[in-house]
Design a protein. Structure first.
Length: 185
């Protein structure tokens, strides 16, 4: 009787442990957005594949600042591209938090809504002693690894180098053997 309850408990534990990897595979319960928003400096871009071509284009995207709530209040841009991928972008966007909304022309549905943060530009520090000089780069590039940087030394040089390595290994072995038994050569 004790063994059967032990087996029952261990069986339930194994079943629960087997079900654990399945839980994260379902993913979060939040709604997925049909747009992808990115920033590069002061440029905000949006990409989607949710809008197909209608009578008057793919759709429109709107960039809403923090105080704006409706699509019409933001800076609008037309989507351009193909039926597989459409995009829009805004240049010279001030630093802050924005919401990008995309509405398709074909059925008037919202393809997605996503927040984005535009960071202030970083100013590079300029040193008074830095000077820029133009130098010609090697025509063959840098040849790292075996053989050096830009000169190919050939087979003879590699053979001599290999001979030196073998001589060094042999000398080390001879020295260690002689050290362990001083009466032998």
């Amino acid at each position: 009787m004790r063994n059967s309850s032990l087996f029952l408990r261990s069986g339930l534990t194994v079943a629960a442990a087997a079900a654990l990897p399945l839980v994260p595979a379902a993913g979060p319960a939040t709604a997925q957005t049909g747009i992808s928003v990115s920033t590069t400096g002061s440029t905000v871009s949006v990409t989607t594949s949710a809008c197909t071509s209608g009578n008057n284009g793919f759709g429109r995207a709107s960039l809403l600042s923090s105080g704006q709530t409706s699509f019409a209040q933001g800076r609008q841009a037309d989507l351009s591209g193909t039926n597989a991928s459409q995009s829009a972008l805004w240049s010279n966007v001030s630093p802050g938090t924005y919401t990008v909304v995309v509405i398709c022309n074909r059925d008037g549905s919202t393809a997605g809504r996503q927040s984005v943060i535009v960071s202030p530009p970083t100013t590079p520090s300029i040193s008074a002693t830095a000077t820029a000089t133009a130098t010609a780069s090697p025509t063959r590039g840098v040849m790292g690894g075996m053989g050096g940087t830009t000169k190919d030394y050939g087979t003879l040089t590699l053979a001599v180098g290999g001979g030196l390595v073998v001589t060094g290994i042999a000398a080390t072995a001879w020295f260690l053997r002689r050290r362990s038994k001083p009466y032998r050569l």
